[in-house]
Design a protein around this ligand. Structure first.
Ligand code: BES
Ligand code: ZN
Length: 458
Protein backbone atom coordinates (compact mmCIF):
# COMPACT_ATOMS: atom_id res chain seq x y z
CA UNK A 1 0.00 0.00 0.00
CA UNK A 2 2.92 2.40 0.62
CA UNK A 3 3.54 2.95 -3.06
CA UNK A 4 -0.16 3.66 -3.63
CA UNK A 5 -0.37 6.05 -0.68
CA UNK A 6 2.71 7.96 -1.84
CA UNK A 7 1.32 8.16 -5.35
CA UNK A 8 -2.00 9.57 -4.09
CA UNK A 9 -0.20 12.09 -1.93
CA UNK A 10 2.05 13.29 -4.70
CA UNK A 11 -0.83 13.77 -7.15
CA UNK A 12 -2.94 16.04 -4.96
CA UNK A 13 -2.78 19.08 -7.26
CA UNK A 14 -3.26 17.08 -10.42
CA UNK A 15 -6.43 15.49 -9.02
CA UNK A 16 -7.94 18.94 -8.51
CA UNK A 17 -7.12 20.03 -12.07
CA UNK A 18 -8.55 16.79 -13.47
CA UNK A 19 -11.72 17.11 -11.42
CA UNK A 20 -12.28 20.58 -12.88
CA UNK A 21 -12.71 19.08 -16.36
CA UNK A 22 -15.56 16.88 -15.07
CA UNK A 23 -17.15 19.82 -13.23
CA UNK A 24 -17.13 22.06 -16.30
CA UNK A 25 -19.72 19.90 -18.07
CA UNK A 26 -23.23 21.28 -17.35
CA UNK A 27 -24.93 17.87 -17.00
CA UNK A 28 -28.24 19.11 -15.59
CA UNK A 29 -30.47 16.08 -16.12
CA UNK A 30 -33.79 17.83 -15.66
CA UNK A 31 -33.15 20.53 -18.33
CA UNK A 32 -34.07 19.45 -21.86
CA UNK A 33 -31.68 22.12 -23.19
CA UNK A 34 -28.76 20.34 -21.48
CA UNK A 35 -29.48 16.97 -23.10
CA UNK A 36 -26.30 17.06 -25.21
CA UNK A 37 -24.21 18.20 -22.25
CA UNK A 38 -25.47 15.24 -20.26
CA UNK A 39 -24.40 12.96 -23.11
CA UNK A 40 -20.99 14.69 -23.30
CA UNK A 41 -20.64 14.01 -19.60
CA UNK A 42 -21.44 10.31 -20.09
CA UNK A 43 -18.72 10.23 -22.76
CA UNK A 44 -16.32 11.97 -20.39
CA UNK A 45 -17.01 9.27 -17.77
CA UNK A 46 -16.52 6.57 -20.39
CA UNK A 47 -13.14 8.05 -21.33
CA UNK A 48 -12.11 8.32 -17.70
CA UNK A 49 -12.99 4.68 -17.01
CA UNK A 50 -10.83 3.74 -19.97
CA UNK A 51 -7.92 5.89 -18.87
CA UNK A 52 -7.86 4.55 -15.30
CA UNK A 53 -7.60 1.00 -16.66
CA UNK A 54 -11.10 -0.47 -16.43
CA UNK A 55 -12.31 -2.98 -19.02
CA UNK A 56 -15.60 -3.83 -20.77
CA UNK A 57 -16.54 -0.17 -20.83
CA UNK A 58 -19.85 0.66 -22.38
CA UNK A 59 -22.40 3.44 -22.62
CA UNK A 60 -25.88 1.97 -22.26
CA UNK A 61 -28.72 3.91 -23.80
CA UNK A 62 -31.97 4.35 -21.87
CA UNK A 63 -35.18 6.19 -22.82
CA UNK A 64 -33.57 9.08 -20.90
CA UNK A 65 -29.91 9.78 -20.19
CA UNK A 66 -27.21 7.12 -20.68
CA UNK A 67 -25.71 4.81 -18.08
CA UNK A 68 -21.96 4.20 -18.10
CA UNK A 69 -20.46 0.86 -17.07
CA UNK A 70 -16.94 -0.54 -16.80
CA UNK A 71 -15.30 -3.29 -14.77
CA UNK A 72 -12.08 -4.99 -13.74
CA UNK A 73 -12.69 -8.61 -12.82
CA UNK A 74 -9.22 -10.10 -12.67
CA UNK A 75 -8.72 -10.27 -8.90
CA UNK A 76 -9.84 -13.91 -8.78
CA UNK A 77 -13.00 -15.78 -7.81
CA UNK A 78 -11.92 -15.92 -4.20
CA UNK A 79 -12.05 -12.10 -3.94
CA UNK A 80 -15.28 -10.15 -3.45
CA UNK A 81 -16.86 -8.23 -6.31
CA UNK A 82 -17.73 -4.63 -5.49
CA UNK A 83 -20.20 -2.59 -7.48
CA UNK A 84 -19.49 1.12 -7.24
CA UNK A 85 -22.50 3.31 -8.01
CA UNK A 86 -22.68 7.08 -8.46
CA UNK A 87 -24.20 9.72 -10.72
CA UNK A 88 -22.75 12.17 -13.21
CA UNK A 89 -25.89 14.32 -13.51
CA UNK A 90 -26.39 17.44 -11.42
CA UNK A 91 -29.20 19.68 -10.16
CA UNK A 92 -30.19 22.94 -11.86
CA UNK A 93 -28.16 26.00 -10.86
CA UNK A 94 -30.83 28.59 -10.23
CA UNK A 95 -30.83 31.13 -8.64
CA UNK A 96 -27.73 31.91 -10.70
CA UNK A 97 -27.18 35.38 -9.24
CA UNK A 98 -26.41 33.88 -5.81
CA UNK A 99 -23.29 32.06 -7.04
CA UNK A 100 -19.99 33.78 -6.23
CA UNK A 101 -18.43 32.28 -9.38
CA UNK A 102 -20.29 30.71 -12.31
CA UNK A 103 -21.47 27.16 -11.39
CA UNK A 104 -19.65 25.46 -14.26
CA UNK A 105 -16.38 27.34 -13.86
CA UNK A 106 -14.83 25.43 -10.95
CA UNK A 107 -12.85 27.63 -8.57
CA UNK A 108 -10.69 26.79 -5.58
CA UNK A 109 -11.20 29.03 -2.54
CA UNK A 110 -10.38 28.47 1.15
CA UNK A 111 -9.61 24.79 0.74
CA UNK A 112 -12.81 24.04 -1.17
CA UNK A 113 -13.63 23.52 -4.82
CA UNK A 114 -16.78 25.39 -5.87
CA UNK A 115 -18.97 24.17 -8.74
CA UNK A 116 -22.34 22.50 -9.29
CA UNK A 117 -21.80 18.78 -8.78
CA UNK A 118 -18.59 19.16 -6.76
CA UNK A 119 -20.06 17.39 -3.71
CA UNK A 120 -23.16 15.86 -5.34
CA UNK A 121 -21.84 13.73 -6.88
CA UNK A 122 -19.03 14.24 -9.41
CA UNK A 123 -16.35 14.91 -6.79
CA UNK A 124 -17.28 11.72 -4.95
CA UNK A 125 -17.42 9.64 -8.14
CA UNK A 126 -13.97 11.01 -8.96
CA UNK A 127 -12.64 9.79 -5.59
CA UNK A 128 -13.41 6.22 -6.66
CA UNK A 129 -11.93 6.66 -10.13
CA UNK A 130 -8.67 7.99 -8.72
CA UNK A 131 -8.41 5.25 -6.06
CA UNK A 132 -8.79 2.62 -8.76
CA UNK A 133 -6.23 4.38 -10.92
CA UNK A 134 -3.74 4.52 -8.05
CA UNK A 135 -4.00 0.75 -7.53
CA UNK A 136 -3.79 -0.20 -11.20
CA UNK A 137 -0.93 2.17 -12.00
CA UNK A 138 1.20 1.20 -9.04
CA UNK A 139 0.37 -2.49 -8.64
CA UNK A 140 -0.91 -3.48 -12.05
CA UNK A 141 -3.95 -4.95 -10.33
CA UNK A 142 -6.82 -4.29 -7.95
CA UNK A 143 -7.19 -6.23 -4.69
CA UNK A 144 -10.90 -6.89 -5.44
CA UNK A 145 -13.11 -7.24 -8.52
CA UNK A 146 -14.72 -3.92 -9.41
CA UNK A 147 -17.83 -3.02 -11.37
CA UNK A 148 -18.46 0.67 -11.96
CA UNK A 149 -21.99 1.91 -12.65
CA UNK A 150 -22.55 5.63 -13.13
CA UNK A 151 -25.94 6.97 -14.14
CA UNK A 152 -27.21 10.30 -15.48
CA UNK A 153 -30.69 10.48 -13.96
CA UNK A 154 -30.23 10.25 -10.20
CA UNK A 155 -31.36 13.83 -9.66
CA UNK A 156 -34.62 13.13 -11.51
CA UNK A 157 -35.50 9.99 -9.59
CA UNK A 158 -33.38 7.34 -11.43
CA UNK A 159 -36.41 6.74 -13.64
CA UNK A 160 -34.78 4.23 -16.00
CA UNK A 161 -32.31 2.58 -13.68
CA UNK A 162 -34.47 -0.11 -12.08
CA UNK A 163 -35.33 -1.53 -15.50
CA UNK A 164 -31.67 -1.51 -16.51
CA UNK A 165 -30.72 -3.37 -13.33
CA UNK A 166 -33.56 -5.87 -13.77
CA UNK A 167 -32.38 -6.62 -17.32
CA UNK A 168 -28.68 -6.77 -16.44
CA UNK A 169 -28.60 -8.77 -13.22
CA UNK A 170 -25.70 -10.95 -14.38
CA UNK A 171 -23.66 -7.98 -15.53
CA UNK A 172 -24.17 -6.27 -12.18
CA UNK A 173 -23.96 -9.33 -9.89
CA UNK A 174 -21.80 -8.44 -6.91
CA UNK A 175 -21.14 -9.11 -3.25
CA UNK A 176 -21.44 -5.51 -2.07
CA UNK A 177 -22.38 -2.13 -3.47
CA UNK A 178 -20.39 0.95 -2.45
CA UNK A 179 -21.88 4.42 -2.89
CA UNK A 180 -20.31 7.78 -2.12
CA UNK A 181 -23.20 10.22 -2.52
CA UNK A 182 -23.89 11.27 1.05
CA UNK A 183 -22.21 13.44 3.65
CA UNK A 184 -19.89 13.02 6.59
CA UNK A 185 -21.50 13.97 9.90
CA UNK A 186 -19.08 16.86 10.30
CA UNK A 187 -15.56 17.90 9.36
CA UNK A 188 -13.10 15.37 10.83
CA UNK A 189 -15.99 13.01 11.58
CA UNK A 190 -15.78 10.28 8.93
CA UNK A 191 -19.16 8.57 8.63
CA UNK A 192 -20.86 5.45 7.43
CA UNK A 193 -24.51 6.05 6.62
CA UNK A 194 -26.88 3.12 7.17
CA UNK A 195 -30.25 4.73 6.48
CA UNK A 196 -31.73 6.86 3.70
CA UNK A 197 -35.21 8.27 3.36
CA UNK A 198 -37.58 7.56 0.50
CA UNK A 199 -39.52 10.14 -1.46
CA UNK A 200 -42.92 10.85 -2.96
CA UNK A 201 -42.92 14.03 -5.06
CA UNK A 202 -46.31 15.52 -5.99
CA UNK A 203 -47.66 18.47 -7.91
CA UNK A 204 -50.99 20.09 -7.07
CA UNK A 205 -52.65 22.23 -9.74
CA UNK A 206 -55.65 24.38 -8.86
CA UNK A 207 -57.86 25.98 -11.48
CA UNK A 208 -60.58 28.51 -10.76
CA UNK A 209 -62.32 30.67 -13.36
CA UNK A 210 -61.55 30.22 -17.07
CA UNK A 211 -59.42 33.41 -17.15
CA UNK A 212 -57.71 35.90 -14.87
CA UNK A 213 -60.30 38.28 -13.44
CA UNK A 214 -60.43 41.80 -12.02
CA UNK A 215 -60.11 41.17 -8.29
CA UNK A 216 -62.40 44.09 -7.55
CA UNK A 217 -65.21 43.03 -9.85
CA UNK A 218 -65.07 39.29 -9.00
CA UNK A 219 -63.27 39.07 -5.62
CA UNK A 220 -65.69 37.81 -2.99
CA UNK A 221 -67.88 36.01 -5.50
CA UNK A 222 -65.42 33.62 -7.14
CA UNK A 223 -62.95 31.44 -5.21
CA UNK A 224 -59.33 32.34 -5.80
CA UNK A 225 -57.11 29.32 -6.73
CA UNK A 226 -54.23 30.73 -4.68
CA UNK A 227 -56.40 30.97 -1.59
CA UNK A 228 -57.75 27.48 -2.25
CA UNK A 229 -54.20 26.14 -2.68
CA UNK A 230 -53.12 27.85 0.55
CA UNK A 231 -56.04 26.16 2.32
CA UNK A 232 -54.93 22.78 0.99
CA UNK A 233 -51.29 23.30 1.97
CA UNK A 234 -52.09 24.56 5.45
CA UNK A 235 -54.20 21.48 6.09
CA UNK A 236 -51.48 19.00 5.14
CA UNK A 237 -49.70 19.49 8.47
CA UNK A 238 -50.68 20.74 11.90
CA UNK A 239 -48.81 23.59 13.53
CA UNK A 240 -46.58 21.11 15.41
CA UNK A 241 -45.31 19.54 12.19
CA UNK A 242 -47.46 16.38 12.28
CA UNK A 243 -48.71 15.31 8.85
CA UNK A 244 -52.52 15.15 8.72
CA UNK A 245 -52.94 12.86 5.68
CA UNK A 246 -55.11 9.90 6.74
CA UNK A 247 -53.02 6.74 7.14
CA UNK A 248 -49.72 8.55 6.48
CA UNK A 249 -47.92 7.13 9.53
CA UNK A 250 -49.40 3.59 9.33
CA UNK A 251 -46.25 1.90 7.99
CA UNK A 252 -43.64 4.02 9.76
CA UNK A 253 -41.20 1.86 11.71
CA UNK A 254 -40.77 3.00 15.29
CA UNK A 255 -37.29 4.13 16.26
CA UNK A 256 -35.87 1.70 18.79
CA UNK A 257 -34.63 2.97 22.15
CA UNK A 258 -31.17 1.70 21.24
CA UNK A 259 -31.13 3.68 18.02
CA UNK A 260 -32.33 6.83 19.80
CA UNK A 261 -29.51 6.39 22.31
CA UNK A 262 -26.99 6.12 19.46
CA UNK A 263 -28.39 9.28 17.87
CA UNK A 264 -27.80 11.13 21.15
CA UNK A 265 -24.13 10.16 21.14
CA UNK A 266 -23.45 11.90 17.81
CA UNK A 267 -21.46 15.13 18.13
CA UNK A 268 -24.37 17.41 17.18
CA UNK A 269 -24.44 21.04 18.27
CA UNK A 270 -27.94 22.47 17.88
CA UNK A 271 -26.84 26.05 18.62
CA UNK A 272 -24.19 25.91 15.92
CA UNK A 273 -26.72 24.37 13.51
CA UNK A 274 -29.14 27.29 14.01
CA UNK A 275 -26.38 29.86 13.93
CA UNK A 276 -25.07 28.56 10.64
CA UNK A 277 -28.57 28.71 9.12
CA UNK A 278 -29.27 32.12 10.73
CA UNK A 279 -32.52 30.97 12.29
CA UNK A 280 -33.56 31.62 15.88
CA UNK A 281 -35.74 28.56 16.36
CA UNK A 282 -36.12 25.09 14.92
CA UNK A 283 -39.40 23.57 13.80
CA UNK A 284 -40.47 19.96 13.55
CA UNK A 285 -42.59 17.08 14.70
CA UNK A 286 -43.16 17.03 18.44
CA UNK A 287 -41.46 14.34 20.50
CA UNK A 288 -38.39 13.92 18.26
CA UNK A 289 -34.93 15.45 18.27
CA UNK A 290 -33.60 17.53 15.39
CA UNK A 291 -31.42 14.69 14.11
CA UNK A 292 -34.33 12.24 14.25
CA UNK A 293 -36.65 14.67 12.46
CA UNK A 294 -34.10 15.32 9.74
CA UNK A 295 -33.24 11.72 8.98
CA UNK A 296 -35.39 9.06 10.59
CA UNK A 297 -38.91 10.56 10.57
CA UNK A 298 -41.08 11.27 7.51
CA UNK A 299 -41.76 14.88 6.49
CA UNK A 300 -43.73 16.98 4.04
CA UNK A 301 -42.48 20.18 2.40
CA UNK A 302 -43.51 22.59 -0.32
CA UNK A 303 -40.67 22.85 -2.84
CA UNK A 304 -42.20 25.47 -5.10
CA UNK A 305 -45.37 27.48 -5.47
CA UNK A 306 -46.82 29.66 -8.19
CA UNK A 307 -49.86 31.61 -9.22
CA UNK A 308 -51.01 35.14 -9.92
CA UNK A 309 -48.93 38.23 -10.33
CA UNK A 310 -45.24 37.87 -9.42
CA UNK A 311 -43.83 41.08 -10.87
CA UNK A 312 -42.81 44.21 -9.07
CA UNK A 313 -45.53 46.48 -7.73
CA UNK A 314 -49.20 45.58 -7.50
CA UNK A 315 -51.66 44.16 -9.97
CA UNK A 316 -55.24 43.61 -8.81
CA UNK A 317 -55.98 40.23 -10.27
CA UNK A 318 -57.87 37.12 -9.26
CA UNK A 319 -55.84 34.47 -11.11
CA UNK A 320 -57.19 31.52 -13.00
CA UNK A 321 -54.44 29.08 -11.88
CA UNK A 322 -52.18 28.23 -8.97
CA UNK A 323 -49.94 25.31 -8.23
CA UNK A 324 -47.39 23.81 -5.88
CA UNK A 325 -44.72 21.13 -5.82
CA UNK A 326 -44.80 19.13 -2.62
CA UNK A 327 -42.38 16.44 -1.52
CA UNK A 328 -42.74 13.90 1.21
CA UNK A 329 -39.60 12.29 2.57
CA UNK A 330 -40.47 8.78 3.66
CA UNK A 331 -38.83 6.32 5.99
CA UNK A 332 -38.00 2.73 5.10
CA UNK A 333 -41.13 0.52 4.99
CA UNK A 334 -43.35 3.38 3.73
CA UNK A 335 -44.29 2.63 0.11
CA UNK A 336 -44.12 5.68 -2.19
CA UNK A 337 -47.06 4.48 -4.34
CA UNK A 338 -49.25 4.01 -1.30
CA UNK A 339 -48.32 7.45 0.06
CA UNK A 340 -49.01 9.05 -3.36
CA UNK A 341 -52.52 7.58 -3.24
CA UNK A 342 -53.13 8.66 0.36
CA UNK A 343 -51.93 12.18 -0.53
CA UNK A 344 -54.18 12.36 -3.59
CA UNK A 345 -57.25 11.11 -1.70
CA UNK A 346 -56.63 13.50 1.16
CA UNK A 347 -56.09 16.55 -1.07
CA UNK A 348 -59.28 15.72 -2.97
CA UNK A 349 -61.11 15.38 0.34
CA UNK A 350 -60.03 18.79 1.68
CA UNK A 351 -60.24 20.71 -1.61
CA UNK A 352 -63.04 23.26 -1.85
CA UNK A 353 -65.71 22.38 -4.45
CA UNK A 354 -65.43 25.88 -5.90
CA UNK A 355 -62.13 25.06 -7.71
CA UNK A 356 -60.82 22.17 -9.82
CA UNK A 357 -57.84 20.37 -8.29
CA UNK A 358 -55.49 18.05 -10.14
CA UNK A 359 -52.89 16.00 -8.26
CA UNK A 360 -49.97 14.58 -10.22
CA UNK A 361 -47.24 12.28 -8.98
CA UNK A 362 -43.83 13.35 -10.36
CA UNK A 363 -41.49 10.71 -9.01
CA UNK A 364 -40.73 8.67 -5.98
CA UNK A 365 -38.34 6.20 -4.47
CA UNK A 366 -38.05 3.89 -1.51
CA UNK A 367 -35.92 4.49 1.53
CA UNK A 368 -33.39 1.97 2.77
CA UNK A 369 -31.74 0.65 5.89
CA UNK A 370 -28.52 -1.25 5.37
CA UNK A 371 -27.09 -3.68 7.93
CA UNK A 372 -24.16 -2.49 9.99
CA UNK A 373 -22.99 -5.92 11.08
CA UNK A 374 -21.35 -6.99 7.86
CA UNK A 375 -17.68 -7.69 7.09
CA UNK A 376 -17.83 -4.95 4.44
CA UNK A 377 -18.80 -2.48 7.18
CA UNK A 378 -15.90 -3.63 9.39
CA UNK A 379 -13.61 -3.12 6.40
CA UNK A 380 -15.06 0.38 5.87
CA UNK A 381 -14.45 1.29 9.51
CA UNK A 382 -10.81 0.25 9.15
CA UNK A 383 -10.39 2.06 5.82
CA UNK A 384 -11.79 5.32 7.20
CA UNK A 385 -9.53 4.99 10.24
CA UNK A 386 -6.56 4.66 7.93
CA UNK A 387 -7.68 7.49 5.63
CA UNK A 388 -8.84 10.00 8.25
CA UNK A 389 -7.01 8.88 11.38
CA UNK A 390 -10.40 8.78 13.16
CA UNK A 391 -12.96 6.09 13.91
CA UNK A 392 -16.13 6.70 11.86
CA UNK A 393 -19.60 7.25 13.29
CA UNK A 394 -22.80 5.62 12.00
CA UNK A 395 -25.48 7.97 10.70
CA UNK A 396 -28.85 8.04 8.99
CA UNK A 397 -29.44 10.66 6.31
CA UNK A 398 -32.56 12.51 5.26
CA UNK A 399 -31.80 12.51 1.52
CA UNK A 400 -32.73 9.76 -0.90
CA UNK A 401 -30.83 7.43 -3.20
CA UNK A 402 -33.69 5.24 -4.42
CA UNK A 403 -31.48 2.69 -6.17
CA UNK A 404 -30.04 1.52 -2.84
CA UNK A 405 -33.35 -0.24 -2.21
CA UNK A 406 -33.24 -1.74 -5.71
CA UNK A 407 -29.75 -3.12 -5.06
CA UNK A 408 -31.15 -4.90 -2.01
CA UNK A 409 -34.16 -6.37 -3.78
CA UNK A 410 -32.90 -7.10 -7.32
CA UNK A 411 -29.21 -7.80 -6.71
CA UNK A 412 -29.61 -9.01 -3.12
CA UNK A 413 -26.56 -6.97 -2.23
CA UNK A 414 -26.11 -4.60 0.68
CA UNK A 415 -24.85 -1.10 0.06
CA UNK A 416 -22.13 0.60 2.05
CA UNK A 417 -22.64 4.38 2.03
CA UNK A 418 -19.31 6.14 2.42
CA UNK A 419 -20.02 9.84 2.10
CA UNK A 420 -17.24 12.39 1.71
CA UNK A 421 -19.38 15.52 1.40
CA UNK A 422 -20.30 17.79 4.31
CA UNK A 423 -23.81 18.84 5.36
CA UNK A 424 -23.04 22.54 4.75
CA UNK A 425 -21.54 22.17 1.28
CA UNK A 426 -24.69 23.54 -0.41
CA UNK A 427 -25.70 20.52 -2.45
CA UNK A 428 -28.67 21.55 -4.66
CA UNK A 429 -28.12 25.21 -3.83
CA UNK A 430 -25.85 28.09 -4.93
CA UNK A 431 -22.11 27.90 -4.19
CA UNK A 432 -22.03 24.11 -3.93
CA UNK A 433 -18.54 23.04 -2.94
CA UNK A 434 -16.43 20.12 -1.80
CA UNK A 435 -13.79 20.30 0.88
CA UNK A 436 -10.47 19.42 -0.76
CA UNK A 437 -8.99 17.79 2.29
CA UNK A 438 -11.97 15.41 2.40
CA UNK A 439 -11.56 14.85 -1.34
CA UNK A 440 -7.94 13.85 -0.83
CA UNK A 441 -8.63 11.80 2.31
CA UNK A 442 -11.53 10.19 0.43
CA UNK A 443 -9.21 8.94 -2.32
CA UNK A 444 -6.87 7.57 0.32
CA UNK A 445 -9.70 5.91 2.28
CA UNK A 446 -11.20 4.24 -0.78
CA UNK A 447 -7.76 2.97 -1.82
CA UNK A 448 -7.47 1.43 1.66
CA UNK A 449 -11.04 0.16 1.41
CA UNK A 450 -10.32 -1.97 -1.65
CA UNK A 451 -7.41 -3.46 0.24
CA UNK A 452 -9.46 -4.12 3.39
CA UNK A 453 -12.31 -5.64 1.35
CA UNK A 454 -9.88 -8.10 -0.22
CA UNK A 455 -9.35 -9.64 3.23
CA UNK A 456 -12.98 -10.78 3.39
CA UNK A 457 -13.25 -14.56 3.00
CA UNK A 458 -15.78 -15.47 0.29
N1 BES B 1 -26.71 12.97 -2.87
C1 BES B 1 -28.11 13.06 -2.80
C2 BES B 1 -28.72 12.14 -1.76
C3 BES B 1 -28.39 12.50 -0.34
C4 BES B 1 -28.55 13.79 0.10
C5 BES B 1 -27.95 11.54 0.50
C6 BES B 1 -28.26 14.11 1.40
C7 BES B 1 -27.67 11.83 1.80
C8 BES B 1 -27.80 13.14 2.25
C9 BES B 1 -28.75 12.73 -4.14
O1 BES B 1 -28.03 13.26 -5.23
C10 BES B 1 -30.10 13.39 -4.19
O2 BES B 1 -30.18 14.58 -4.16
N2 BES B 1 -31.15 12.58 -4.30
C11 BES B 1 -32.45 13.06 -4.53
C12 BES B 1 -33.27 11.88 -4.94
C13 BES B 1 -34.60 12.19 -5.54
C14 BES B 1 -34.52 13.04 -6.77
C15 BES B 1 -35.36 10.91 -5.80
C16 BES B 1 -32.99 13.72 -3.28
O3 BES B 1 -32.73 13.25 -2.15
O4 BES B 1 -33.66 14.75 -3.39
ZN1 ZN C 1 -28.48 15.39 -5.33
Amino acid sequence: MDKIINYIESNKDKYIEDLKVFLRIPSVSTNPENKNDVRDCAEYVEKQLRSIGLENISIYETPGHPIVYGDWLNAGDDKPTILIYGHYDVQPVDPLNLWTDPPFEPTVRDGNIYARGSADDKGQVFIHMKSIEAHLLNNGKLPVNIKFLIEGEEEIGSVNLDEFIAKNKTLLKCDYVVVSDSAMFDYDVPSICYGLRGLAYMQVEVTGPNRDLHSGSFGGAVNNPINALAHIIVNLKDDKGKILIDGFYDDVLKLSDKEREEFKKLPFNEEKYMEELEISELFGEEGYTTLERASARPTLDCNGIWGGFQGEGAKTVLPSHAGAKISMRLVPNQEPEKIEKLFTDYVNKISPDSVKVKVISLHGGKGAITPIDSPAIDAAVEALRLGFGKTPVFTREGGSIPVVNTFQTLLEADTILLGFGLPDENAHSPDEHLNLSNFQRGILSVAHYFNELSKIKK
